[in-house]
Design a protein around this ligand. Structure first.
Ligand SMILES: *Cc1c(COP(=O)(O)O)cnc(C)c1O
Length: 427
C-alpha cells in the first residue's frame, strides 16, 4: 500500500545555501530550537529573556537597555521600528541604494509619513556629505537606511551617519538584517538610535526572529505613545500623551512593557525562536564578533578571487561590497536560470538570482553565517566552474578553488582557525 504523500515525514533534500540568505543554520542552533518549552512567565523563561537582552547588546555593540526580540521575520522588526517611531505627517528621509531602501519607503509611507526618498544607482552607496546635505535640506524627524542591501550586495558606510543625525536631533534607524555579525556594526559608537536585524544571514539561524536595539532617546519617544489594551491595563495606568501606535502586534511600547520587569502581557513570546536567537548570539560571542567578521572577510576575499579566476566580472563598487555576498555578472548569452538549476540539481548548491533592474543580469553568491567557511566557498567555486563549462562558457582557468585556497592560506586566519568552532555543548 502506498503512503498518502500528505502523511510522509518532512525530509528536505540536503542543500548548501550559498545565496543572499537564508543560509543553512548552525546545527547548534537547530538543537537549541528542539529544547523543551517553558511557560512565558516561568522564571527560567524570563531569565532567558534577560540573557537574550544582554547577549544582543554585545551583538549590536551597544549598551542600550532596550535590546530584545520581535517575534516575526526581519520585516516585522523593521515595521515595528517604523510604526512605533513615525507619527502621521512626520518627515522620514530614506536613502535608497537597492530593494530594501524601497521597502523602507513603502513601510514608512504606510505609517503615514511624508517620505523623502534619495536615490543612488544600484551598485553604489551614499557619501556622508550627500546624507548631511539632505538632512539639512529636508530636516526630517527620522532617517531610515539599510546597512547591507543584499539586492545590490553593497554595504553603506554608517560610521558618520548616526553622528550627523544626532548632531541635528534627528533619529536614525538602520536595517542591518543582512550585515550584522559579518560586517562591522557599532551601534553605540556610531550613535545609531534604532537598529533591527534577523537571524537568517550572518547570525547562522533560520528566519523568524528579529533582534532590535533602541536608544534611550528613541525609547522615550516610543513610551510617550504607550497605550495599553483595556483588558490588561494596570489600575494606575496613565497613557502616553502622544498618538497611539497604529499596529497592535508591532507596538514597541507594549512589547517593551512585556520585556520589562513588569512583564505586562502582550503576545506569547515564541519560545523556540528565543532559544534559537539566544544560541545564534552565543555562538558568535563565543567565537568573537571580530573573529566572525574576519571569517566573513576571508571567505569574501577567496570568493572574489575564485570568481575572477573563472573569468567572471564582478558587480558594483567593490570597495563597498558586503563581506557576506558577492554580485557577479551572468556571462553574455548564458542562461543564468538554467545554470542555477544545474547547480542545485547536480551539486545541491543554491546560488541567488536578483531583483528589479539587476534581474537576469547578475547572480548573487553568499558566504554567510554557518556557511562562511573555506569548504563551502571552495565547493561552490568548483561546482560553478563545472556548470559554467557545461553551459558553454570557456573559463580562462579551471582552478578557481586553487586560487581561492591560496587566498585562505595567505589570510591572517588560516582555515583551522576560521572554521566554526567545535561544539562545546555537553547536553
Ligand atoms: C534579507 C533581508 C531582509 C529579510 O527580511 P525577512 O522579513 O526576514 O524576509 C530584510 N532586510 C534586508 C536588508 C535583507 O537583506
Amino acid at each position: 500500500m502506498t503512503l498518502d504523500p500528505l502523511l510522509k515525514q518532512i525530509n528536505p533534500p540536503p542543500r548548501l545555501m550559498m545565496g543572499p540568505g537564508p543560509v543553512n543554520a548552525d546545527p547548534r542552533v537547530q538543537r537549541a530550537m528542539a529544547a523543551d518549552l517553558l511557560g512565558q512567565y516561568d522564571p527560567a523563561m524570563t531569565a532567558y529573556m534577560n540573557e537574550v537582552m544582554a547577549l544582543y547588546r554585545k551583538i549590536f555593540e551597544t549598551d542600550y537597555h532596550w535590546t530584545f526580540l520581535i517575534d516575526g521575520t526581519s520585516r516585522a522588526a523593521i515595521e515595528s521600528a517604523l510604526v512605533s517611531l513615525v507619527e502621521k505627517g512626520d518627515k522620514v528621509l530614506v536613502p535608497i541604494f537597492g530593494r530594501f531602501g524601497h521597502l523602507l519607503v513603502e513601510i514608512a509611507s504606510r505609517c503615514g509619513a511624508e517620505v523623502i526618498p534619495l536615490s543612488k544607482e544600484w551598485g553604489q552607496v551614499f557619501t556622508a556629505d550627500e546624507i548631511a546635505e539632505a538632512l539639512d535640506k529636508y530636516k526630517p524627524k527620522v532617517l531610515a537606511i539599510c546597512q547591507g542591501d543584499t539586492s545590490t550586495t553593497m554595504n553603506q558606510p554608517l560610521h558618520e551617519i548616526g553622528k550627523l543625525c544626532s548632531e541635528r536631533d534627528i533619529l536614525s534607524y538602520v536595517d542591518a538584517t543582512a550585515s550584522i555579525a559579518g560586517n562591522e556594526l557599532k551601534i553605540k559608537d556610531w550613535q545609531i538610535d534604532v537598529c533591527t536585524a534577523g537571524l537568517q544571514k550572518c547570525l547562522g539561524g533560520p528566519s523568524g526572529s528579529g533582534p532590535i536595539t533602541i536608544s534611550d532617546k528613541a525609547a522615550d519617544l516610543i513610551q510617550n505613545r504607550w497605550h495599553v489594551e483595556k483588558g490588561i491595563e494596570p489600575a494606575d495606568f496613565v497613557p502616553g500623551k502622544k498618538s497611539r501606535i497604529q499596529s497592535n502586534y508591532l507596538d514597541l511600547a507594549m512589547i517593551m512593557a512585556y520585556w520589562s520587569p513588569q512583564r505586562l502581557n502582550h503576545h506569547t513570546e515564541a519560545t523556540s525562536m528565543l532559544y534559537c536567537a539566544r544560541e545564534c548570539a552565543r555562538c558568535i560571542i563565543e567565537e568573537g564578533l571580530d573573529v566572525s567578521i574576519a571569517r566573513h572577510q576571508a571567505c569574501s576575499d577567496a570568493m572574489v578571487k575564485g570568481l575572477q579566476t573563472l573569468g567572471l566580472e564582478l558587480f558594483g563598487d567593490l570597495t563597498h561590497k558586503m563581506l557576506n555576498v558577492t554580485g557577479v555578472y551572468i556571462p553574455q548569452g548564458l542562461d543564468g536560470e538554467a545554470l542555477r538549476r544545474d547547480m542545485l540539481h547536480y551539486f545541491g548548491i543554491e546560488i541567488g538570482t536578483s531583483f528589479g533592474p539587476l534581474h537576469g543580469k547578475i547572480w548573487r553568491i553568499g558566504n554567510m553565517g554557518y556557511n562562511a567557511r573555506p569548504d563551502t566557498v571552495l565547493r561552490t567555486l568548483n561546482a560553478l566552474s563545472s556548470c559554467l563549462r557545461l553551459h558553454g562558457f570557456t573559463t580562462p582557468s579551471e582552478d578557481a578553488a586553487l586560487a581561492a585556497m591560496e587566498v585562505f592560506k595567505a589570510s591572517s586566519a588560516p582555515p583551522e582557525e576560521i572554521e566554526v568552532s567545535p561544539d562545546s555543548d555537553t547536553q
